[in-house]
Design a protein around this ligand. Structure first.
Ligand SMILES: *Cc1c(COP(=O)(O)O)cnc(C)c1O
Length: 476
């Protein structure tokens, strides 16, 4: 038996490379990532390739490993080249991604030490970091001391947890689901609709409230709908407002919606996954008035704080509601029950074992301070306003509504022919050119191009590049 154990140990020890081996791997990875960052400004924002990374399939998982150089080569050609480059400042489509460098070092440290941040008893320091970050975010939105939340993998998960918490807080019974009403606009993010489905509330009535000409929820129409529903014996339950819609960047009239939710006793949820962190920018802070009265807010550090993908957050006005929705006890966790100086993330989310997400956010905030984040967010606002003016000076272009934040729509109106088809084709031609990447949407039957400025690498020269590309591609 001892022979057997020793023989297995010898092979298993490959999982623990010695210092020199670690150095070799680490230096190869650092060398590759430095090469990537050194040329980031010249890499395409979208790379159309014929093979679409197919060679990755030529390297199946096998019993024996391969060397790090071969692996990095596979990554470079099949993963980092084809398709969208979210790390590029030229990514001006959908909601652009981030990837500030110190977050990767935070992830590196969290992974090497593998701290467990789910339960206070297991790692009080890590849990304090996560709670400190959540407190900082709650303060940004003017939430009271009894507020709290959870660091999630992204906005979709945060919206799902919020809807489940609201469902439990309002003690909805499944036999009543058919009478429950949820209010939003047609511009609400589709992940909230998915969350309604996953939370079991797919039988609930989802009311689309009309919008004003800026695609903001019409508060009067909301109030009218709620009162009518009450009279008809239905159960008005929650309003899902947006603080920055994905399509046009519109902020719903949060203060007016808060009044209505308060008077009619509805849960007031705000999806700020795209726009929430703009509360840091003095340029637009006032537009968020009323958000401090929300019951729950979703924000996405991997959007508005430029983190790499994998960081969302849910803030709840009274954290007890979230706790009662997510807390569960098990005998095998009994050793942790008494050490409750701080709330544990595992009691505020469906996740038990999870990565220590706090470090990738805490480390850059400590290292840089808040000031550069604030400046970058204001810069994005002004870049969008700059484009809004500049694009109208190019022959043939017209704009949609003035941007609330850093997303706006515009389109080219050809003198003859189908404008929708023209703009879809123009969108494709921008993609093929590749130095910048934009996307399109359809509003009231018209195809629009979208500009979304949120990458920390997008600066004035990037917007000028987009203007140049659009000028040259539409020249007669
Ligand atoms: C991106 C986005 C979401 C979804 O968040 P993920 O982090 O992609 O899961 C939800 N709502 C809005 C408004 C968004 O922009």
């Amino acid at each position: 038996m001892l022979e057997k154990i020793k023989a297995l140990e010898k092979i298993a020890l490959q999982l623990e490379p010695a210092s020199l081996e670690r150095k070799k791997m680490r230096e190869a990875v650092v060398h590759y990532s430095e090469g990537f960052l050194d040329k980031i400004d010249t890499l395409k924002a979208y790379n159309t390739t014929t093979d679409k990374g197919k060679q990755i399939l030529d390297a199946p998982i096998q019993e024996q490993g391969i060397d790090i150089e071969t692996i990095l080569n596979l990554i470079e050609h099949n993963i980092d080249r084809p398709g969208l480059n979210p790390a590029s400042g030229g990514h001006l489509a959908y909601i652009p991604g981030g990837g500030i460098y110190p977050s990767s070092l935070g992830d590196f440290l969290a992974d090497v030490t593998n701290r467990y941040a789910g339960v206070f008893y297991a790692n009080p320091g890590a849990v304090r970091v996560e709670n400190l970050l959540l407190r900082w975010m709650c303060d940004l939105f003017g939430f009271p001391p009894e507020a709290g939340g959870n660091l999630t993998s992204g906005g979709s998960m945060a919206n799902l947890i919020a809807i489940v918490a609201a469902r439990d807080f309002k003690q909805l019974k499944s036999r009543d689901f058919e009478k429950v009403v949820i209010y939003s606009t047609a511009q609400v993010h589709h992940c909230t609709l998915k969350a309604i489905k996953i939370s079991g509330l797919y039988e609930a009535i989802q009311r689309d409230i009309p919008m004003d000409e800026h695609f903001r929820m019409d508060a009067k129409a909301l109030e009218k709908a709620i009162l009518e529903d009450q009279q008809n014996g239905l159960i008005p339950f929650m309003v899902m407002a947006s603080a920055g819609t994905t399509d046009t960047g519109a902020i719903d009239p949060l203060d007016a919606v808060a009044d209505i939710c308060q008077a009619q006793d509805l849960w007031f949820h705000v999806d700020g996954a795209y726009g929430g962190f703009f509360v840091l920018s003095e340029e637009v802070k006032a537009k968020f008035k009323g958000i401090e009265r929300a019951d729950s807010i979703v924000i996405d550090p991997h959007k508005g704080l430029f983190l790499p993908y994998g960081s969302g957050a849910l803030l709840v006005r009274n954290v007890k509601g979230l706790y009662h929705s997510q807390h569960m006890e098990a005998n095998y966790l009994q050793d942790s029950f008494d050490d409750i100086e701080e709330l544990s993330p595992a009691d505020l989310s469906p996740e038990l074992t999870k990565p220590f997400r706090g470090l990738r956010l805490w480390l850059p905030l400590q290292l840089f301070g808040v000031a550069p984040f604030r400046a970058a967010l204001s810069e994005k606002i002004w870049l969008c306003r700059y484009f809004y003016e500049a694009i109208q000076k190019i022959d043939g272009f017209e704009v949609g509504t003035y941007p609330d934040l850093s997303v706006m729509t515009y389109r080219y109106v050809p003198k003859t022919g189908d404008a929708n088809a023209y703009n879809l084709d123009l969108n494709n031609r921008v993609k093929e050119e590749g130095s910048v990447f934009i996307s399109s949407t359809t509003i009231n039957g018209l195809v629009y191009l979208r500009l979304a400025v949120l990458s920390f690498r997008t600066h004035l020269h990037t917007i000028n590049r987009l203007l140049e590309v659009l000028t040259s591609l539409t020249k007669a």
